[in-house]
Write a protein that binds this ligand. Structure first.
Ligand SMILES: N[C@@H](CCC(=O)N[C@@H](CS)C(=O)NCC(=O)O)C(=O)O
Length: 209
C-alpha cells in the first residue's frame, strides 16, 4: 500500500489506521500548495483533484477519507464494525466527521487562502450545535465504539485541528478528554510525532517561497 499524505492533514487518519493495524505501507508526502510530491512528481497526474488522502492498494487507487478508511476497516477487521448495525453506525460517524466537522467547520476555519470573514463566521456559527452533539455522544465513552475504529482515527485528526482555530475544546469536556486520551494511544502518538516535524518543515518552505 502507498499513502499520499500531507503532514497533519486529514490523511493523518489513514496513517493512524495503518499504524494501528501494523500494516506495511509507504508514505509519499504531497505539498498541497504546489500540488507536487516532495520528490517533484506532479500530484495532479496522480489525483486530478490534488487532494489527500489517496491510497494505492493492489493496483487500485482509492480516494476520499470515508472510502479509504472503510477499505482499511475491511482489510483489518479489528478497526471496523462487528455487525451490520455497527457498519451503519460507522458510516454514520464517517459521514458526520467528514461533512459536518471536517468540511462544514474546520476546513473553512483553518483555510489559509483566507475565505471571506463571513464564511468563517458562518462555519463557526455551526460549531456549537455540532460539537455539543459530539460531546453528548462521547459522554461516558472511551471511544466512538467499544473498540478503536477508523472513525476514531478520523475524529482525532479533525479535532486535532481545533488548536489552530477559535474553537476551544475546553467548552466540551468529554470531547477534550477524548482527544487527550487518543494523543496517548501509541499509533496516534507515533503518527503525530512523525508528521509534526514534516508540517513545520512545510510551513518553513512556504514562508521562504
Ligand atoms: N472529500 C475529500 C476531501 C479531502 C480533503 O479535503 N483533503 C484536504 C487535506 S485535509 C486537501 O487535500 N486539500 C487540498 C485541496 O483541496 O486542494 C475526502 O474526504 O477525502
Amino acid at each position: 500500500m502507498k499513502l499520499y499524505f500531507s503532514p497533519l492533514a486529514c490523511s493523518l487518519a489513514t496513517r493512524i489506521a495503518l499504524y494501528e493495524a501494523g500494516a506495511d505501507a509507504t508514505y509519499v508526502e504531497v505539498d498541497l500548495k504546489t500540488k507536487k510530491t516532495l520528490d517533484g512528481q506532479d500530484y495532479l497526474a496522480v489525483h486530478p483533484l490534488g487532494q489527500v488522502p489517496l491510497l494505492e492498494v493492489d493496483g487500485a487507487v482509492v480516494t476520499e477519507n470515508a472510502a479509504v478508511l472503510q477499505l482499511l476497516a475491511e482489510r483489518f477487521p479489528a478497526l471496523g464494525p462487528r455487525d451490520a448495525m455497527e457498519r451503519v453506525r460507522l458510516q454514520e460517524w464517517l459521514g458526520f466527521i467528514g461533512t459536518e466537522l471536517h468540511k462544514g467547520i474546520f476546513a473553512t476555519l483553518f483555510d489559509r487562502a483566507s475565505p471571506p470573514a463571513e464564511a468563517k463566521r458562518y462555519a463557526l456559527s455551526k460549531a456549537d450545535a455540532r460539537m455539543q452533539y459530539l460531546a453528548s455522544k462521547l459522554e461516558g465513552r472511551e471511544l466512538l465504539f467499544d473498540a478503536f475504529s477508523v472513525a476514531d482515527a478520523y475524529l482525532f485528526t479533525v479535532l486535532n485541528w481545533a488548536q489552530v482555530t477559535p474553537i476551544d475544546l475546553a467548552r466540551w469536556p468529554s470531547v477534550q478528554a477524548y482527544l487527550k486520551r487518543l494523543y496517548r494511544r501509541p499509533s496516534v502518538a507515533r503518527a503525530v510525532e512523525e508528521e509534526r516535524p514534516l508540517y513545520l518543515r512545510e510551513q518553513a518552505r512556504h514562508a521562504a517561497a
